[in-house]
Design a protein around this ligand. Sequence first.
Ligand SMILES: [Zn+2]
Length: 149
Amino acid sequence: MAIDAGSIPAARGAYALLVGLCAPWNPGIRSLSDRALAPGLYIYCGSAYGPGGLRARVARHLRVRKPVRWHVDRLTGHGQVEGVAVRIGGHECDLVDAFMARGASVALAGFGSSDCRRCPAHLLAAPGRFDTFSLAAVVNLGRTASAPL
Ligand SMILES: [Zn+2]
């Protein structure tokens, strides 16, 4: 199912991407360990507080070809974005906490969190039997549940 970034609000806030890798992949970031990620599902947590908000940021993530600005650009240029969930007004580090409390684990220490002093990484390996509904459920904790995008 293709994700339509037009259905994402232009508001500011935090988001989580569910990204699938079908083969081992080494992001090739010199400052990180030289470890390849195993095939599987990964969760990337980010915030969008710039122009265009969440909609513009998610649209960028969905484009395969783009200039590599952030670590995550390498991931979304390589893997398949399978789901997106947003928390308007939210903070990416709170999403990291929520996913880790529910069984997600650090995928690659330092990935996406160069500017963060709180999280070991903003890229997590998804727990077993995780899907786009799980993603939306965690992001919407304490809020009215919404269907995954
Ligand atoms: Zn963080």
